[in-house]
Design a protein around this ligand. Structure first.
Ligand SMILES: CCCCCCCCC/C=C/C(=O)SCCNC(=O)CCNC(=O)[C@H](O)C(C)(C)COP(=O)(O)OP(=O)(O)OC[C@H]1O[C@@H](n2cnc3c(N)ncnc32)[C@H](O)[C@@H]1OP(=O)(O)O
Ligand SMILES: NC(=O)C1=CN([C@@H]2O[C@H](COP(=O)(O)OP(=O)(O)OC[C@H]3O[C@@H](n4cnc5c(N)ncnc54)[C@H](OP(=O)(O)O)[C@@H]3O)[C@@H](O)[C@H]2O)C=CC1
Length: 290
């Protein structure tokens, strides 16, 4: 089977576009850092000198990232929780404060969904996706902002969303949740600018990570045809954009949604479930117009 994602050694050694001490003295919290994009973000921030708080549900995944960060010479605090639990999220921010005096950057990367035709969604399935991707992200944003306000410290939030401007058939639940995160981010970018807090979103297109395995082979095979570059992007493409937005290069950027998608947002339709004949076979509509 095709291998998706980077090896640990690649994450530690691939050349970066930034100077090695760019983030020295800063602390970052990255959710979903045990795998894929989140792991690449955490390791990249660590390689640039940041101290890391990493979270996710499964401690064993976090342990692997913790070991990698230690190899990169970074200080790290792993903390297992579900971002769907607001009290646990408050506890996470407290733990970050106790260990590092607080964080400077928050990267909300944890998330996920399953492909299914929207007409078949159960209430529980829909709510699980919205609860994780929208509510969970919100609990993290609010807890971090409260801590920054109480410390009179500035902060930067980067929310990892998806390319949802035209919708994405097969994952309507996640499109709804991510569009919610984008609207939330733009709104609180305004409310929280007086606190020195910047809030931006990153919308990845198809990125080669192990998380891709939840999609059917047919959908995965067609994915490179949905962008101008005609390939998968990499977790490092996303990680380096996060560095730009969360770090000093992003000091005058807030309320923005930056796509790292090989041009998918302007070209190529993205299906995560089989296309109905309606879209594959030339045909006339059986439904009369007026
Ligand atoms: C972003 C870009 C877009 C995707 C577009 C594709 C192109 C871009 C590629 C993007 C890739 C990625 O995002 S890659 C990352 C993908 N990785 C993942 O998404 C990992 C899988 N996702 C998750 O684990 C998610 O956290 C989540 C879907 C919310 C499930 O979390 P939990 O299991 O903890 O949730 P619970 O509260 O227990 O509820 C589970 C219920 O969800 C429903 N459910 C769960 N899996 C189901 C399934 N395969 N088919 C039907 N229904 C399902 C059922 O109703 C379950 O109930 P019961 O029936 O009672 O159990
Ligand atoms: N790969 C891609 O092409 C794209 C990915 N994205 C998004 O980017 C993000 C990262 O994706 P990717 O790395 O590919 O996928 P992964 O599935 O590898 O990563 C998702 C991470 O989120 C964590 N997570 C999920 N639910 C929770 C929760 N309730 N609480 C805490 N942590 C949680 C998981 O860890 P654990 O299971 O241990 O909790 C996992 O480490 C996701 O939000 C994804 O939807 C968006 C567009 C495209």
């Amino acid at each position: 089977m095709e291998r998706f994602g980077y090896s640990d050694d690649e994450l530690l050694t691939l050349p970066l576009s930034y100077r090695a001490d760019l983030l020295a003295g800063r602390a970052a919290l990255v959710s979903g850092a045990g795998t894929g994009i989140g792991k690449a973000i955490a390791v990249t921030l660590g390689r640039l000198g940041a101290r890391l708080v990493i979270c996710g549900r499964k401690p064993e995944k976090l342990e692997a990232t913790e070991a990698l960060l230690k190899r990169a010479g970074a200080e790290v605090l792993p903390h297992a929780l579900s971002i769907r639990d607001p009290e646990a999220v408050a506890g996470l921010l407290d733990a970050a404060k106790a260990r590092f005096g607080g964080i400077d950057m928050l990267v909300n990367n944890a998330g996920g969904q399953f492909p299914q035709a929207a007409i078949d969604f159960s209430p529980k399935g829909f709510n699980a996706v919205v609860d994780t991707n929208l509510s969970g992200t919100w609990y993290m944003m609010q807890a971090a902002a409260r801590q920054w306000r109480d410390r009179s410290a500035p902060g930067a939030i980067v929310n990892i969303v998806a390319v949802v401007g035209r919708g994405m058939p097969g994952v309507a639940h996640t499109c709804a949740a991510r569009a919610g995160v984008i609207a939330l981010s733009k709104t609180v970018a305004t409310e929280w600018a007086p606190l020195g807090i910047r809030v931006n979103c990153v919308a990845p297109g198809i990125i080669a990570t192990e998380g891709m395995n939840v999609y059917p082979d047919e959908a995965r095979r067609a994915m490179p045809d949905t962008n101008l570059m005609r390939r998968f992007g990499t977790a490092l493409d996303v990680a380096e954009l996060v560095v730009h937005l969360a770090g000093p290069a992003g000091n005058f950027i807030t309320g923005e949604v930056v796509h790292v998608d090989g041009g998918n947002q302007i070209w190529g339709d993205q299906w995560t479930i089989p296309r109905p004949d309606w879209y594959t076979t030339p045909q006339e509509s059986p439904f009369p117009g007026r």
